[in-house]
Design a protein around this ligand. Structure first.
Ligand SMILES: [Zn+2]
Length: 486
């Protein structure tokens, strides 16, 4: 984040204030605490995008058939087995979905498949030599899918499990679908890379729905751990913070990539094909650092008492219209003497304070290094959003909304997202900077994150849903938080 106080520009965020007022006015009119829960909360927290929450090992099914397809230079190794089966299964999926969604268009398999070792002997695809190409890619010149079994696939599989390999190939195959759809998917020579990449992530999401619905002969994916592995893998292949979305290499931030994947998971291939330059650029969060951000440590605010004071002002400003007395953030030990504690930050109802453990949150605020290693932290915004979530619990409680169930956890994450959006204005006490949303989402996927936790620190099991809740609040604003997670 950028500490705006240093920039000397301040402006109130009226739109968000009104939106937040609407949220809580609505909750109260609906009968407050009892109205929200007596009729039974919608089951947003009991499922994953409409599917039951499932837990099992994701990857090959025990009785998966042996794929019958020719792959050049293939080995009998695990990664080639995974990649080959992924292609065959993805083709099977699209052989019915392409005609079903696009006016009976007949599906054509890709013309060739190539496995290579980026450290081994160079192979030739239609796009050139594979030497040192640590990648998986669709090549339109010869309509081929190519993958590096030497470095990329084993790295992904070891770090995130076998479904991460399937994710990458489903994405690459998404580019083959684009090539087949052409103008039906808004594809022209001028289409920016980011649009193609967003669509490919979305098409991968379509296919993963089919896996999660247990319709594949080859793979099984649990909606809890399995989809979380997919998201974690997507996080690992995001663009670095501050990347420009108009760059020819742009693939999007983790936030953008997950948005596209979840859109595909929740909606139809038609919805993915409808992505175009206009609607993608209107919502993409990937943006370069602003001039002068270097002076502020590339968007990394120092986590200290001044920053916490700025956070207090930022939250007070965003939630000022709620009518509730603002919770006070106090540096203590992150616990409450009376009531359930959720360190490193706890909302204490009896004193209307958010007790925070500065030392623990300072650790959490440490950035992840460029090579993806964490010294216990996920960046300044991870710490800020954990505190913000406890503040939001206070606001919800004072406004008589439920604070002790799974929907409350998701609503909290949603409101943290709405607050994050409100801070994305020059002149705020704390201003959102490139990379912040990815920090919040990385934090959200941790098993002990507070961002989507209810007042008791209990969080919905599904990382997929926790991430979706934050995203919904950010992109649609606070009203959607009360309607979706009533
Ligand atoms: Zn791509």
């Amino acid at each position: 984040m950028i500490q705006g106080g240093e920039r000397g520009l301040r402006r109130p965020v009226l739109i968000t204030i009104l939106a937040v007022v609407t949220l809580f006015a609505g909750t109260a009119c609906g009968g407050g605490k009892t109205g929200g829960t007596a009729s039974g909360p919608p089951d947003a927290a009991q499922n994953v995008a409409g599917l039951p929450v499932t837990h099992f090992q994701s990857g090959f099914k025990a009785n998966a058939p042996t794929p019958d397809v020719t792959v050049k230079n293939v080995t009998t190794g695990d990664d080639d087995k995974l990649a080959t089966a992924a292609i065959v299964d993805v083709e099977k999926y699209w052989s019915t979905q392409l005609p079903a969604n696009f006016g009976g268009q007949q599906f054509e398999p890709v013309k060739s498949l190539l496995s290579y070792d980026s450290n081994g002997a160079a192979q030739q695809s239609g796009c050139g030599s594979t030497k040192k190409v640590v990648n998986a890619y669709y090549c339109s010149t010869d309509d081929s899918v190519n993958w590096d079994r030497g470095v990329l696939l084993p790295q992904l599989r070891q770090q995130f499990g076998p479904v991460s390999v399937v994710t990458v190939l489903a994405h690459e195959f998404g580019h083959a679908i684009q090539a087949r759809l052409g103008p039906q998917a808004n594809m022209t020579k001028q289409t920016p890379t980011i649009v193609k990449e967003q669509q490919a992530d979305c098409f991968a999401g379509n296919y993963f729905r089919y896996l999660a619905e247990d319709k594949s002969q080859y793979f099984q994916v649990s909606t809890d751990e399995g989809l979380s592995q997919v998201l974690a893998a997507m996080f690992s292949i995001r663009d670095p913070a501050g990347f420009n979305n108009t760059d020819v290499q742009a693939h999007g931030t983790a936030f953008d990539r997950v948005f596209a994947f979840q859109t595909g998971f929740e909606k139809t291939p038609k919805e993915c094909a409808a992505m175009n330059q206009q609607n993608v650029q209107a919502r993409i969060v990937e943006q370069p650092f602003a001039k002068g951000d270097q002076l502020h440590g590339q968007g990394t605010a120092k986590f200290n008492e001044t920053a916490v004071a700025d956070l207090q002002k930022s939250l007070d400003q965003a939630f000022t219209g709620v009518g509730a007395k603002a919770p006070q953030i106090t540096a203590k030990d992150g616990t409450c003497p009376g009531g359930k504690s959720t360190p490193p930050a706890t909302y204490c109802a009896d004193t209307n304070t958010v007790s925070i453990d500065m030392a623990a949150l300072t650790r959490l605020a440490q950035p992840v290094s460029d090579d993806g290693k964490s010294a216990g932290g996920f960046g300044d915004f991870a710490a800020f959003s954990e505190i913000a979530s406890r503040y939001v619990i206070g606001v919800e409680k004072t406004a008589d909304a439920s604070v002790d169930n799974a929907n409350a956890g998701l609503r909290t994450a949603c409101l943290v997202g709405a607050w994050a959006k409100a801070t994305n204005v020059v002149g705020q006490h704390l201003r959102l900077s490139p990379g912040d949303l990815d920090e919040a989402m990385t934090d959200l996927l941790q098993p002990n994150s507070l961002v989507a936790a209810d007042a008791n620190g209990v969080r919905p099991v599904s990382g997929f849903d926790r991430v979706a809740a934050l995203r919904n609040g950010y992109l649609q604003g606070s009203p959607v938080c009360s309607t979706t997670y009533a």
